[in-house]
Design a protein around this ligand. Structure first.
Ligand SMILES: [Zn+2]
Length: 192
């Protein structure tokens, strides 16, 4: 169910549409550092792990640059397609860790390599990040307050994905809901 979902271009289409809206919202504001106007400064990425036929426009990471020549800082809107600077699509990371995390019946690391080309080392790094750093992050602290106490901090992000699977009608809606939820507290990051 989830592995098939992240190989559907239609999922990426919907996530791209959400990213367009998130970028529009940010553009309506001003530079957080100097209050200057924001200009487009999008860039292309080549994330891995998704379906083969992803349209080129979905590879664009929306980004803005302050128009003030003394500032010129980059402002990144939150994104549902991209997860920070990681080289895999955000939905792929979310689903693969959920399949694997503390689940003895989940796919083996070898199977995950076969299915998505993700190395054992990369997988371990993601799991360590979600175990050691994410629960203490400001992003999670803020999100935590909006969730039922049934969601445990111990098996993130799998716990979060299962919470959305229970509360949404389809796996696609659940994954999109989960990514939107995470994006709603993404810190304004700088890509410089
Ligand atoms: Zn500025």
């Amino acid at each position: 169910m989830l592995p098939e979902l992240i190989q559907k271009v239609s999922l990426f289409h919907l996530l791209h549409r959400i990213d367009i809206n998130l970028a529009k919202q940010l553009q309506q504001g001003r530079c957080p550092y100097c209050n200057g106007a924001l200009h487009h400064s999008n860039y292309e990425r080549k994330p891995r792990g998704g379906p083969d036929k992803i349209p080129d426009e979905y590879l664009i990471r929306f980004s803005f640059c302050c128009a003030n020549e003394h500032c010129r800082r980059r402002c990144l809107p939150p994104s549902c397609l991209f997860m920070g600077r990681r080289v895999y699509w955000g939905c792929v990371i979310l689903v693969v860790i959920t399949l694997k995390q503390n689940r003895p019946d989940g796919p083996s690391a070898r199977k995950i390599k076969e299915m998505f080309g993700i190395s054992r080392k990369t997988l371990r790094r993601w799991i360590e990040y979600f175990r050691d750093e994410f629960p203490a992050s400001l992003q999670w602290q803020r999100l935590r307050g909006r969730l039922a106490s049934a969601v445990s901090n111990n098996e993130l992000p799998a716990e979060l994905v299962h919470y959305f699977l229970k509360n949404f009608q389809s796996p696609q809606q659940a994954i999109i809901g989960c990514l939107k939820f995470l994006a709603s507290e993404q810190m304004g990051s700088r890509a410089t």
